[in-house]
Design a protein around this ligand. Structure first.
Ligand SMILES: [Zn+2]
Ligand SMILES: [Zn+2]
Length: 55
């Protein structure tokens, strides 16, 4: 697993991973395989869910 936030890395920032995001939520049939997981910092994780319309 990546030690740094994947979304911050794309912007050239190095932020330590604080949360693990499930690309396909467990409630929608997602699993714990590495290709369904993203390592994110808290603010990127919140942004992803806002963009999804989760909250
Ligand atoms: Zn981030
Ligand atoms: Zn998430």
């Amino acid at each position: 697993m990546h030690p740094l936030c994947e979304m911050c890395l794309k912007e050239g920032k190095s932020t330590l991973v604080e949360e693990i995001h499930h690309i396909l939520p467990l409630s929608e049939g997602g699993n714990h395989e590495e290709n369904n997981l993203m390592s994110l910092c808290k603010s990127c994780h919140e942004k992803i869910h806002r963009d999804r319309g989760d909250r």
